[in-house]
Design a binder for this molecule. Structure first.
Ligand SMILES: Nc1ncnc2c1ncn2[C@@H]1O[C@H](COP(=O)(O)OP(=O)(O)O)[C@@H](O)[C@H]1O
Ligand SMILES: [Mg+2]
Length: 373
């Protein structure tokens, strides 16, 4: 991990994985460690827990990077000091900004007020993934940082992160929306007559289902969008290429549990298929024991002997707990070995389970020390 972080050619690190495995935590920890090792870093977080966000000074959701206070600088030479900025993605604001940047003011106002646009920009499945990519593109173009660490949205599946932007783009560029707006764009009269007959029928049905107002909203939105810029698909393609560019590194984050590791396997294969640069697997919340020399079986046997003697109830409870912990440790080791057997070339770094949730810079630093060392 430190080699990756210290390599000045690394410009983007993307932390992805299935829900709840520690993407946000590891993205923040990587950002902090890189900054404290001298890099100028911005971390794009998507859904930080409130206390974690506060500890990084992210108290308002204003969609711009903020300087994080309290970064340690080990190097005596100030010119070698790094810095950390952090931001929380505001999905709707990012979408609004695209509209504002590409449409003339009247048209922008019209789009922003459109009810279809409003629900699309705040709740459509895939919008968050798309906007995370959009924001990444913007940060990269701003060129103010030498390393961008990206957290990814809390999707159920890790693959959503790769698929959702394309899905949204397909929807926005897609046949359904084209059809709805077709009459507004076709010139020839005869064609128009023919088309209108069929189109009238389709819109008739859709009007019944969606209601006339919704349909009108969609139509005005799409025709406004269309004149605005070259299509969402092209935009999605641009960021997709950015992800493939040299200097980008993917880290797949997983918990040492069957589901998370299965998901991680799919994701690793998918990245390979798409020729995206995978740096490795971060195995997070790995169970360890400070008394690993006492085996599960030994601990269990000792507990039974003591129970038979009817003595030391506290020691019995501790021995039982230790036996459980050791079983967990070996189950996790087996899972990790299984992953490595399937993907022998993927490097794995481990992060031990911390005693508490990670909600401040000290906690993030501890995580960084664990994967850095
Ligand atoms: N190594 C760890 N040890 C203990 N708690 C952790 C660890 N990694 C993450 N957590 C906690 O797990 C929860 C989920 O982590 P988070 O980074 O938000 O996951 P994700 O972004 O993948 O949904 C948070 O409360 C976080 O503090
Ligand atoms: Mg998260």
């Amino acid at each position: 991990m430190d080699r990756l972080i210290d390599d000045r050619r690394t410009r983007i690190i993307v932390c992805c994985g299935s829900g709840g495995v520690g993407k946000t935590t590891t993205a923040a920890a990587i950002g902090l460690r890189a900054a404290e090792r001298g890099r100028h870093v911005v971390v794009l977080t998507v859904d930080p827990a409130r206390r974690l966000a506060q500890s990084m000074g992210l108290t308002s959701l204003d969609n711009t990077p903020r300087l994080v206070e309290g970064i340690g600088n080990g190097n005596a030479d100030p010119s070698q000091h790094g810095s950390l900025h952090a931001m929380m993605l505001d999905m709707k604001r990012t979408f609004d900004e695209i509209v504002e940047a590409h449409a003339d003011p009247d048209r922008a106002t019209q789009i922003l007020a459109n009810p279809f646009y409003q629900s699309l920009s705040s709740s459509f499945a895939g919008t968050q993934e798309y906007m995370a990519m959009e924001k990444l593109g913007q940060l990269r173009r701003a060129d103010e940082w030498d390393l961008i660490v990206v957290d990814t949205p809390p999707s159920r599946s890790a693959l959503d992160f790769l698929d959702a932007p394309q899905r949204l783009a397909r929807f926005l560029d897609g046949k359904l929306l084209r059809l709805l707006t077709a009459p507004a764009k076709i010139g020839g009269r005869a064609y128009l007559r023919v088309l209108n007959a069929g189109f009238g029928m389709v819109t008739g049905v859709l009007t019944k289902i969606l209601g006339a107002q919704v349909l009108r909203d969609v139509q005005t939105f799409v025709s406004a969008l269309d004149t605005m810029f070259g299509g969402f698909r092209e935009r999605a393609d641009y960021t997709y290429q950015l992800l493939r560019a040299p200097g980008t590194a993917f880290l797949v984050v997983a918990a040492p549990e069957p589901d998370a590791l299965r998901e991680a396997s799919y994701f690793v294969e998918r990245l390979a298929q798409e020729r995206m640069p995978l740096a490795g697997l971060l195995l997070n919340r790995v169970q360890r024991s400070p008394a690993a020399r006492l085996s599960a079986a030994g601990s269990q046997a000792a507990a039974e002997t003591l129970t038979a003697n009817g003595a030391y109830p506290l020691a019995v409870a501790a021995l039982r707990r230790h036996a459980e912990r050791m079983q967990q440790v070996s189950a996790q080791q087996r899972l990790a070995e299984h992953f490595t057997a399937a993907h022998p070339v993927v490097p794995v770094a481990e992060i031990p389970a911390q005693a508490e949730d990670v909600h401040d810079l000290a906690g993030l630093r501890a995580i960084g020390q664990a994967f850095g060392a």
